[in-house]
Design a protein around this ligand. Structure first.
Ligand code: UD1
Length: 355
């Protein structure tokens, strides 16, 4: 009988990662059942990814999103445990660093089911980020750690993870970008005038603190006087902008609903600059060879900084953001590829088939 994998997803970036892995699992002759926790539930945060990326229909949809972190993670833990008891998989696959990742890994580990973590070993070294805590704990209880890069592998080795548990496969997000950018190139989706700026902002540390969000709004508003700026707004951010009455500060910034993945790639292909606090978008900018400004104090994706494609603006000072945006250029050498060869998902599937 084919080996059975249960994959746990719930938030937007996980749908992208799971899509390429799901396709590879089928190719390797494995059977997969998908559990969707419901962490992201708006149509443009969830359904659109299932419709366009070829993900299997979830076998279980738990409908657990919103609420405080402890509550969300706890409710997911209870519900995932029940699914795993029913499904009795050979391996449980979790992705990235969200509350759904931690709940999935913990439920599986308590049932003594082998856990494999895709995108293991990332660290920001900032434990105030919920994602950092989720990563550290998930890595600690995972049996197999699929890392995206040499830097990530190094973090795990330094933390004392046994080398035989670590499998450096490359970044599944790179696989996804290669696979879907072909579709994006032929897709006539609306978007950004060539040379414009693509913005995303959703991190808790930037949206919860009204002063930080106000600085970001001022910077983007100023930029919008000179260049087209497109800002697909995450629901968390939209709610805060309304609460704080910041909409006017964005001036001519075009604020739209969150985009689907293929639409994002299409916009990236036309953008001359990305401004973001997302982990995934920093790398997607690099994959599409677009310079990036990151509105955070640190990044997990240090390679993008070292190669000159990405720059942190920890102060969030509007004048500095605008100055960096004006000065941003593509670095001359761009041949390095620290995130693998675009076959990360296939390597994951091949490894799981052999396990
Ligand atoms: C989560 C992940 C983050 C990931 C991001 C991608 C955690 C701790 N964080 O952050 O790592 O980069 O997803 O988007 O798991 N909401 C809606 N509609 C939705 C989804 C969320 O209105 O479809 C609301 C929620 O009710 C909540 C807020 O937006 O009030 C934030 O959602 P949440 O899932 O807590 O975190 P994200 O910021 O999306």
């Amino acid at each position: 009988m084919a080996k059975k994998i249960v994959s746990i997803v719930g938030a937007r970036p996980q749908f992208v990662k799971a899509a390429v892995v799901s396709a590879a699992l089928v190719e390797a002759g494995l059977s997969e059942r998908l559990v969707h926790t419901g962490q992201h539930y708006d149509a443009n945060m969830s359904d659109v990814f299932f419709q366009t990326l070829g993900l299997p229909v979830p076998a279980h949809h738990l409908g657990i999103g919103g609420g405080m972190h402890g509550e969300m993670t706890g409710r997911q833990l209870i519900a995932i445990e029940r699914c795993l008891v029913d499904e009795r998989p050979d391996v449980v696959l979790v992705f990235g660093d969200t509350n759904s990742t931690l709940a999935g890994a913990l439920a599986a580990s308590k049932l003594h089911l082998p856990v494999a973590h895709v995108e293991a070993g990332l660290r920001s070294f900032n434990r105030k980020m919920p994602e950092e805590v989720n990563r550290i704990l998930t890595d600690r209880i995972s049996d197999v750690l699929f890392t995206p890069s040499t830097v990530a592998t190094g973090h795990l080795l330094r933390e004392g993870v046994a080398p035989e548990q670590i499998v450096q496969v490359g970044d599944v997000m790179y696989d996804a970008a290669l696979r879907f950018s072909q579709v994006a190139a032929s897709d006539g989706t609306p978007g950004l005038a060539a040379g414009g700026v693509l913005v995303t902002v959703h991190r808790a540390e930037n949206t919860d603190d009204g002063e930080k969000l106000a600085k970001i709004a001022t910077a983007l508003g100023t930029l919008s006087r000179e260049r087209p700026v497109l800002f697909p707004v995450h629901p968390r951010t939209r709610a805060r902008i309304e609460q704080l009455g910041l909409a006017d500060r964005f001036e001519a910034v075009e604020m739209v609903a969150p985009l689907g993945y293929v639409e994002m790639l299409a916009v990236l292909q036309r953008a001359s600059l990305v401004i973001t606090d997302s982990g995934g978008v920093q790398k997607e900018a690099y994959f599409m060879q677009v310079p990036c400004i990151t509105l955070r104090e640190e990044t997990e994706w240090v390679e993008t900084i070292e190669m000159g494609w990405n720059q942190l603006v920890p102060s969030l000072d509007p004048a500095e953001i605008v100055a960096q945006a004006k000065a941003a250029t593509r670095p001359s050498s761009s041949t390095e590829q620290p995130y693998g060869d675009g076959r990360a998902a296939a390597k994951i599937a091949e490894y799981l088939a052999r396990m």
